[in-house]
Ligand binder design. Sequence first.
Ligand SMILES: [Zn+2]
Length: 379
Amino acid sequence: MKSLLKWLRPREAAMARLVGQFARAESPSLDKAAVDRFGRLVAAEWRRRGAQVALLRQRQRGDHVRAEWNPSGRRAQGQILVLGHLDTVYGLGTLARMPFRISRGRAFGPGVFDMKGGLVIALFAIDALAEAKLTPGKRIVFLWTSDEEIGSETSRAVIEREAQRSSAVLVLEPAAGPLGLVKTGRKGVGEIELIATGRAAHAGLNPEDGVNAIQEIALQIARISQWNQPRRGITVNAGVIEGGTRTNVIPEHARVVVDLRAERAEDMRALGRKFRELRPILRGAKLQIRGGFNRPPMERRASARLYDCARALAKEMGVTLGEAYVGGGSDGNFTAAVGVPTLDGLGAVGEGAHSPQENIRIGALPERAALVAGLLATL
Ligand SMILES: [Zn+2]
């Protein structure tokens, strides 16, 4: 580990230069020609390192880049998948307002953090391994996709296929926080709609004939809000509410849309069941329940072993590596959901993703590359 880092440290400036070259090749998800141009630049870097590179061509979005690095040739036993994306959220021309620049040990520019820094980390990890003559026992497939920032529609199938052939997946998405935490858990996410139907009546003349749908929904919200268990990672949030027509009418219709999140698959299932078992509270009201969980959680146990391994390697370098749970999703959700151990957030350390201040800490690049190299050599 120490020797990998020792070789990488003096290459900090070269790493930052390559991040700059990558950031200047703008690659907004929706601009196929631009993403393809950047993809060819990345492909050239991999070919220079002796990787077998294939462009997974397609019409709709940019071509995905698959680079296979297999220094042990036929003796390779199994596969490790390294995952990242070529696209950024920044439209073409953003570079003019937000030029690549280096200031006080940080590199600024569109996509440096999410996640061109991660692409550079992977390249230098391979350089360090080659220099140290450390030959991974497994075939290593680097998959750089073109549409992560817009939902991975064209890449999901290839991501899942490559993951199923692999014993581990390393995701080079940005690290969490200034300490560079890796991501060992992502919540499952769902959306449920409750629709109440009551009976309309005049609020003054015959209120006793009415059934108030808004009141029904309000009572249901009070009930489901008690299912929040923030410490266990379960959140239930009524985010949108609609109902009623006029103040002097007892409302017949009302609905609420609820955001659900859970850290554990069992909690997710239990919560879904509780929603489906909801019955009307007011006499004469009807209740309909639609939706459910749509993204499974990445549970910590799916990445625990990989995290332990990464932490031990970091310790050898004298670095304490922490972990984080995050609420949002990444392509790591897909690979964890097909049952393959996945460690996310191994990319650059920085801040301001998707904002004009997006930047990375240059001094952390060699450490991150050494960590990835160490994982590839030992897994
Ligand atoms: Zn990303």
